[in-house]
Design a protein around this ligand. Structure first.
Ligand code: COA
Length: 284
């Protein structure tokens, strides 16, 4: 018989995170090929694995961004170990790591009521859209490789669009393997940016941030032009940003699933009108 005390939660090492990414893939979440690298770099103390008699059975991430904000992800218990109390113990460990920060998550609708019981409230829905790459390259002269621009400009642009500074994350994220990171430079300054990365199945775009819908459209087409024609592409769009939904639909993308953005603590102030695509469902 396995004893309750045999369940131990420890901080993940870098290699453990590959296992968590595999479990995320098993859940159909289609992680990016290089996600583990970028994610781990953001907060090496923020990933937890639960082991039963030495065998990994569950995980959760609680990535902190400075002292005021954190984001939960990778809340998974292996199917054969569910409903035995391991998940809630992982959850409590993650929340205690967050301290008194405002905490965000993008949850599956099936878990929404549990998160409400745990003090979270719903902010909005994200719709996942699926489209296809067009392989046409980038046609607009305003589109430039983000990695070639000064990082300080990118960090300033990102600031009102994410609840906290995220330099360590962005430094890696804008160099995706098998994808592209593009900035839109108009009027001699950054007016939007987007990243497309290779995933287990096709590609995901995120973030897609832009000052206006036409700029977001140019970025989106440029990103989809950067990958092979016909390859599946996914984009998670905040439902409350109507122009963003219109844009995805105007490019013949179709909604395939949804998640719920929730917060514990006052919702952070971000400029949602400029958010055309969420960075990632695991790290916010
Ligand atoms: C969600 C998941 C991790 C829960 O793990 P689990 O080990 O099955 O959960 P537990 O056995 O610890 O749950 C014990 C109880 O706490 C509840 N609970 C679990 N997590 C909770 C949370 N975060 N807040 C409040 N209650 C929670 C459960 O509903 C259950 O309640 P019940 O006894 O009234 O039925 C697991 O079902 C899973 O891996 N699901 C697939 C992946 C997924 O969808 N993850 C969530 C992504 S947002």
């Amino acid at each position: 018989m396995t004893l309750e005390k045999d369940f131990v939660i420890r901080t993940m090492g870098r290699d453990d995170l590959e296992l968590a990414v595999d479990w995320a893939a098993d859940e159909g979440w289609n992680p990016g090929i290089k996600d583990a690298d970028c994610f781990y770099n953001s907060d090496p103390q923020g990933f937890f694995i639960g082991e039963l008699a030495g065998q990994p059975v569950g995980c959760i991430s609680a990535v902190t961004y400075g002292e005021a904000f954190g984001f939960l992800g990778f809340y998974i218990v292996k199917p054969e170990y569910r409903r035995q109390g391991y998940g809630i113990r992982l959850w409590k460990k993650a929340m205690s790591h967050m301290g008194d920060r405002v905490v965000g998550l993008d949850g599956v609708p099936a878990q929404q009521n549990n998160y409400i019981k745990s003090g979270f409230h719903t902010a909005y829905r994200n719709l996942r859209f699926e489209g296809v790459g067009n392989g046409c390259g980038r046609k607009s002269k305003e589109l430039v490789d983000l990695a070639a621009l000064p990082l300080t400009g990118l960090l300033s642009y990102d600031k009102p669009l994410f609840p906290a500074a995220r330099r360590a994350f962005l430094e890696k994220w804008i160099k995706p393997g098998g994808g592209a990171a593009l900035g839109y430079v108009g009027n001699a300054r950054l007016e939007g940016y987007g990243v497309i990365r290779a995933c287990r199945y096709g590609y995901k775009i995120g973030p897609l941030f832009a000052d206006t819908e036409p700029i977001a459209g140019t970025l989106l087409e440029g990103l989809m032009g950067n990958i092979e024609a016909g390859a599946p592409v996914f984009l998670d769009v905040p439902h409350i940003n109507a122009p963003a939904i219109n844009l995805a639909e105007s490019l013949a993308m179709r909604a395939v699933s949804e998640t719920v953005r929730m917060y514990c603590g006052g919702p952070p102030s971000v400029d949602l009108e400029r958010i055309y695509g969420v960075t990632s469902l695991e790290l916010g």
